[in-house]
Design a protein around this ligand. Structure first.
Ligand SMILES: Cc1cc2nc3c(=O)[nH]c(=O)nc-3n(C[C@H](O)[C@H](O)[C@H](O)COP(=O)(O)OP(=O)(O)OC[C@H]3O[C@@H](n4cnc5c(N)ncnc54)[C@H](O)[C@@H]3O)c2cc1C
Length: 493
C-alpha cells in the first residue's frame, strides 16, 4: 500500500488504526489459531468505535477488498483472517464491553426486563464475558468451553456448552444486534426491526455485516451445577466394548426416560482415554440416585468417576479447555496446526452398530496422527432446547441433530488429513440412508462452498433466503470467505 492507494488515503484521513504487511507487528497480529491456514490480509484494522467500522468498510469497498470480522480469531479454517490472501480484517479487540442492562424492553412482547439482557461487544472472549456477567448480578449464558473463543464467531455460528440442552445455544440467546452493513449503515436488528437481517446474522453473520454489539438474554446463574466425568480404560483394544458402550450411551440419551433438558454431555475419544463429561442442572441426590445408575446400567464399570457439585464459575473453569476463564482480551495466545472436520447425526436415526464399528476400525488402524481428540456432543434427546426451534427462528438450522462430532487432529500431515476425513466418510458410508450434516462451529476448510451450504443449512430454501438477503444488504459482496453466502453467480445466470 502506498500514498496513492485509496485505502491508505481513507484510513489515514479517518485515523482508523491499521496494520499492513510492512508494519512491524503485522506478522504477530495476523497469527491465526490454526497455523495450518495462514492467509495474509492486505490490512488488519482496529476500529475504536462503530463509526470507525463504517469508515473501514468504505475504505475496503473503494479499494475493492473483501472483508471479514475477527472476534476471538478461533475459526478452525482461519475465516476471521478472510479465508484467503488480500482481505481486510476488522479486528474487534476494542469491542470488549459486557454490560447487564438495568432495563430492556423485549421488542416482541413489550415486556420490561430488568437486569436480564446484556450488551456484549462483538470482540468479547467467552471466559472474560462469563466472569463479567457473573460479577454483574450473577448472570450467565450458555456457551462453549473455549475461554479464548470470541462471542462474534461463537454466537453467530452456534455456541454449544454443557448447559445447552437446557438454555439453548449462545446463538439462541441473541435478542438483538447492532450490525454495520456493507454500505456503512449501522442497523439495529431484532425480531421486529430489520427482522430479515436479524434472522440471517444468526447463522451467517460473516456474509451479512459486522456485529459490533450483541444483546443477549441471560439466565440467573445456578447456585450449583453437577459436573460429572466418567472414564473407561481398555476401550481401544476391544471393538465390541467400544461399540456397545457408545450404543448404550445413545440408548440412555434417547430411551431411558430419565434424561431431560437439565442434562447435557459429550463423549470424548482420543485413542487412549474414553470419557463422558457433562453438566446437570439439578440436585446431587437426583444425579446419584437416578441419572448415574441409568447411565452406567449396561456399561462396563468405569475406571474413574468424578462427580462434583460446583458453583457456576467453578463449573465453567473446570469445563474450560484452559482451566481458567481469564484470557487476554486482545489477540490470540493459542496456536495449533491441525486438520478438522465435523459430522452431525440426525435425531431420527442416531448411529448404528455398523457405523460405530467402522469408526473404531478407523481410529485403531495405523497410520494414526500423533495426537487427536474427537468430541461427540449430545444436541438432541428428550426436551432439548437446541432442537425445539426451526428454520423460521434463525438461519442456523441444525435443529435435528442427536450428536455433533468435532474431529480435529493435531499436525498438518497427510495422515492427519486422511484420519479426520476417514472418520466422516466411513460413518457416512455405513449409514447410506441417513442424512448427515456438518457443524458451522467446526469449519472444515476442505468442503467446497456448495458442499458447505448443504451440510450446514440443509434446506435449500434457507440458502435461497440467505441469498436474497445478501443481494439486498451486500449486493457487491464485500463480506466474503470461502463458505460465505454469495448470490453473484445467480445474477449472472
Ligand atoms: C479452543 C476452541 C474451543 C472451542 N470450544 C467450543 C465449544 O465448546 N462449543 C462450541 O460450540 N464451539 C467451540 N469452538 C468453536 C468456536 O465456537 C468457533 O470456532 C467460532 O466460530 C470461533 O469464533 P471466534 O470469534 O473466536 O473466531 P473468528 O475467527 O474471529 O471468527 C469466526 C467467523 O465468524 C465471523 N465473525 C466473528 N465475529 C463476527 C462479528 N462480530 N460479526 C460478524 N461476523 C463475525 C468471522 O468473520 C469468521 O468468519 C471452539 C473452538 C476452539 C478453537
Amino acid at each position: 500500500m502506498d500514498n496513492h492507494d485509496p485505502l491508505f488515503n481513507i484510513l489515514q484521513s479517518t485515523s482508523v488504526p491499521y496494520s499492513i504487511p510492512d508494519s512491524p507487528e503485522y506478522d504477530s497480529l495476523r497469527l491465526p489459531y490454526n497455523l495450518r491456514l495462514q492467509p495474509k490480509p492486505a490490512v488488519i484494522v482496529f476500529p475504536q468505535s462503530i463509526q470507525q467500522i463504517s469508515l473501514a468498510l468504505k475504505a475496503a469497498s473503494e479499494a475493492g477488498l473483501k472483508v471479514q470480522a475477527r472476534s476471538g480469531g478461533h475459526s478452525y479454517a482461519s475465516f476471521g483472517l478472510g479465508g484467503k490472501d488480500g482481505s481486510m480484517v476488522i479486528d474487534l479487540r476494542e469491542f470488549q464491553d459486557v454490560e447487564t442492562l438495568n432495563e430492556y424492553v423485549d421488542p416482541s412482547t413489550g415486556e420490561f426486563l430488568r437486569g436480564v439482557v446484556a450488551k456484549v461487544g462483538g470482540g468479547a472472549r467467552l471466559g472474560n464475558m462469563a466472569r463479567k456477567l457473573f460479577q454483574q448480578g450473577k448472570r450467565a449464558l450458555p456457551h462453549g468451553t473455549g475461554s479464548g473463543v470470541g462471542i462474534g464467531g461463537h454466537s453467530t455460528l452456534g455456541g454449544y456448552g454443557y448447559v445447552s440442552r437446557a438454555w439453548g445455544l449462545a446463538l439462541d440467546r441473541i435478542v438483538a444486534v447492532d450490525v454495520v452493513l456493507a454500505d456503512g449503515r449501522v442497523l439495529h436488528a431484532n425480531l421486529k426491526e430489520n427482522e430479515n437481517v436479524f434472522w440471517a446474522v444468526r447463522g451467517a453473520a460473516h456474509s451479512i455485516g459486522i456485529v459490533a454489539t450483541f444483546y443477549m438474554k441471560t439466565e440467573e446463574a445456578p447456585l450449583q451445577v453437577i459436573y460429572f466425568e466418567l472414564g473407561w480404560d481398555g476401550m481401544y483394544e476391544d471393538m465390541q466394548r467400544f461399540t456397545n458402550t457408545f450404543l448404550e450411551i445413545q440408548h440412555f440419551a434417547t430411551e431411558s426416560g430419565v434424561v431431560d433438558e437439565r442434562l447435557t454431555f459429550g463423549v470424548r475419544v482420543d485413542g487412549s482415554t474414553y470419557r463422558v463429561t457433562g453438566g446437570f442442572l439439578g440436585g446431587e441426590d437426583e444425579f446419584n440416585d437416578k441419572i448415574l445408575p441409568a447411565l452406567v446400567k449396561n456399561l462396563p464399570a468405569p475406571s474413574s468417576t468424578s462427580i462434583k457439585p460446583l458453583g457456576w464459575i467453578e463449573f465453567l473453569e473446570v469445563c474450560s479447555d484452559k482451566g481458567t476463564l481469564d484470557v487476554p482480551a486482545m489477540g490470540t495466545d493459542e496456536h495449533k496446526s491441525f486438520y478438522a472436520t465435523s459430522l452431525t447425526v440426525s435425531e431420527s436415526e442416531g448411529l448404528t452398530e455398523a457405523a460405530m464399528e467402522a469408526f473404531f476400525e478407523h481410529i485403531t488402524s495405523p497410520p494414526l496422527p500423533e495426537k487427536y481428540f474427537i468430541i461427540i456432543n449430545l444436541h438432541g434427546g428428550s426436551r432439548s432446547s437446541i432442537n425445539n426451534k426451526d428454520e423460521a427462528f434463525s438461519a442456523y438450522t441444525d435443529r435435528d441433530s442427536l450428536w455433533t462430532f468435532q474431529i480435529p487432529a493435531d499436525s498438518d500431515t497427510a495422515e492427519s488429513k486422511d484420519f479426520v476425513m476417514g472418520i466422516r466418510n466411513k460413518i457416512i458410508e455405513k449409514q447410506k440412508g441417513t442424512s448427515f450434516g456438518a457443524s458451522l462451529s467446526y469449519i472444515d476448510a476442505a468442503l467446497s462452498r456448495e458442499e458447505a451450504w448443504k451440510a450446514y443449512y440443509r434446506d435449500q430454501e434457507v440458502v435461497e433466503r440467505l441469498k436474497k438477503i445478501k443481494r439486498e444488504v451486500d449486493p457487491r459482496e464485500l463480506f466474503w470467505n470461502p463458505h460465505a453466502i454469495t448470490a453473484i453467480g445467480d445474477r449472472r445466470r
